[in-house]
Design a binder for this molecule. Structure first.
Ligand SMILES: NC(=O)C1=CN([C@@H]2O[C@H](COP(=O)(O)OP(=O)(O)OC[C@H]3O[C@@H](n4cnc5c(N)ncnc54)[C@H](O)[C@@H]3O)[C@@H](O)[C@H]2O)C=CC1
Ligand SMILES: O=C(O)CCC(=O)C(=O)O
Length: 420
């Protein structure tokens, strides 16, 4: 299994990051082995009837990286590129993210290899329901709590909640987070990841002595995270000058109205054809001058080919794993880019998911203001801890963030000991 996982380039990247940080922390071989490898890797087949009447089998995964610190927590992804190794990498990153933020969860991630853009609502519902049914023995508010990730949303969470609750015989809101507010979802969860990204990006601008009212930003990905990051940065006074999605990219140095672009995407299905900006090659967009660059889509988009050409001052990693190991090495040699690493930058989502889970367990509902105030406090604290730790130990921000998360997990592993 180790060799199989390491053949996947995304898992390889997560493993390299782990090994580098474990070396810095001088982890013993015992703890290192127990921290590095996932506890459970589940693969299920999901047969559904397509609208055409044909039966098609999809494959779905859930990787539970670690259960020592609490239930597993992490999103569910629907995307054509989903592979077990990628899901295992995302689960490992979730693990360090939860620990860095001080959340009582282990990391997990799920995925189904499918193209949700080509599926009808009914097909998506059937696939989600069958995936959830297959996962029933392994999920629950005390074992594994899923949430939206790429290609999934609050409707998908509502179907999952329905399957789990129907099986239990009563409503179990704490089995998923990121669900609709009227199904005991949390105020603020939909915008949380993007809000957190924008909040930290402006803190990073301040560190770089750039006033955010004068700053510009470019965003790759205009889904849940990209849209809310753009909208929140715009509210903070940042000018959004470029946005891309799976259909293409648009650029306007004078600024793009985020809500107007959102309306265009809702109508046409993508950013392409938005007349208030010029179209641009999506790869070129990444290397246009800007103050904040926000990759908010896929893994491995900042590579050895473009890392040396980036013209941003802050790289805010909203996506999970957007920067390859080779690109990291290039960025570390550049002292002109302030990097906010993924497990810190996009932690707003899982932090509000934690709030949602707590509200569900207590049968309580907090206001949006309460949620966002608590979120900002936790994001600011984590940001300051990472930057201070990096400065004290002369570490890149990524290694500092990972070290704080991995150290937490390693301590718990040591304290709990090894079952003979
Ligand atoms: N949804 C959440 O709360 C969280 C998401 N993330 C990460 O943020 C990233 C985005 O997730 P969501 O916004 O939830 O997904 P989403 O499915 O809502 O949106 C994804 C966006 O990426 C775009 N995209 C896909 N391929 C692209 C390409 N090759 N070039 C440019 N754009 C492309 C899509 O068109 C879409 O606009 C993922 O890496 C995810 O793991 C991280 C933390 C929490
Ligand atoms: O909200 C959650 O539980 C997980 C969000 C997620 O998948 C992520 O942070 O990558």
């Amino acid at each position: 299994m180790k060799e199989q996982l390491l053949k996947n380039p995304v898992f390889q990247m997560a493993a390299e990051q782990f090994d580098r940080t474990a070396d810095f922390l001088k982890l013993s071989n015992d703890v290192r082995e127990r921290c590095k490898w996932p506890k459970r890797l589940l693969t299920v087949s999901i047969p559904i009837k397509r609208d055409s009447g044909e039966t098609e089998v999809f494959f779905g995964y859930r990787v539970q990286h670690e259960l020592s610190r609490g239930p597993v927590k992490g999103g569910l992804r629907f995307h054509p590129n989903v592979k077990l190794g990628e899901v295992a990498a995302l689960a490992m990153w979730m693990n360090w993210k939860c620990a860095l933020m001080g959340l009582p969860f282990g990391g997990g991630k799920g995925g189904v290899t499918c193209d949700p853009r080509s599926m009808s609502e009914a097909e998506l519902e059937n696939m989600t329901r069958r995936y959830t049914a297959e996962m029933l023995p392994f999920i629950g508010p005390q074992t594994d709590v899923m949430a939206p990730d790429m290609g999934t949303n609050e409707q998908v969470m509502a179907w999952m909640l329905d399957v789990y609750s129907s099986h239990a015989g009563h409503l179990v809101p704490g089995v998923v987070t990121g669900k609709p507010v009227n199904l005991q979802g949390s105020e603020g969860r939909t915008a949380a990841t993007g809000h957190g990204v924008a909040f930290l990006a402006t803190r990073a601008l301040t560190k770089c002595k750039i006033r955010h009212e004068n700053a510009t930003a470019i965003i790759q990905g205009f889904g849940n995270v990209g849209y809310h990051a753009a909208l929140t940065m715009e509210r903070f006074g940042v000018r959004i000058i470029g946005i891309s999605d799976v259909t293409g990219a648009v650029h306007n140095p004078e600024g793009i109205n985020v809500k107007e672009l959102g309306k265009h995407v809702a109508k046409s299905g993508g950013v392409v054809g938005f007349t208030a900006a010029d179209s641009i090659d999506p790869a070129d967009l990444l290397v246009q001058p800007c103050d904040v660059l926000v990759p908010a889509a896929l893994e491995r988009v900042i590579t050895s080919k473009n890392a040396g050409k980036l013209k941003c001052r802050v790289l805010a990693e909203a996506a999970n794993g957007p920067t390859t190991t080779e690109a990291d090495a290039i960025l570390e040699r550049r002292d002109d880019i302030f990097m906010i690493p993924d497990i810190l930058c996009n932690a707003g989502g899982v932090t509000v998911s934690y709030f949602e889970w707590v509200q569900n367990l207590q049968r309580f509902q907090w206001s949006e203001q309460e949620v966002l105030t608590k979120l900002d406090t936790m994001m600011a604290k984590a940001f300051d801890r990472v930057i201070t730790f990096a400065q004290r130990n002369k570490l890149p921000h990524r290694v500092a963030a990972l070290a704080l998360g991995i150290k937490e997990v390693a301590n718990v592993k040591k304290q709990r000991g090894l079952f003979p």
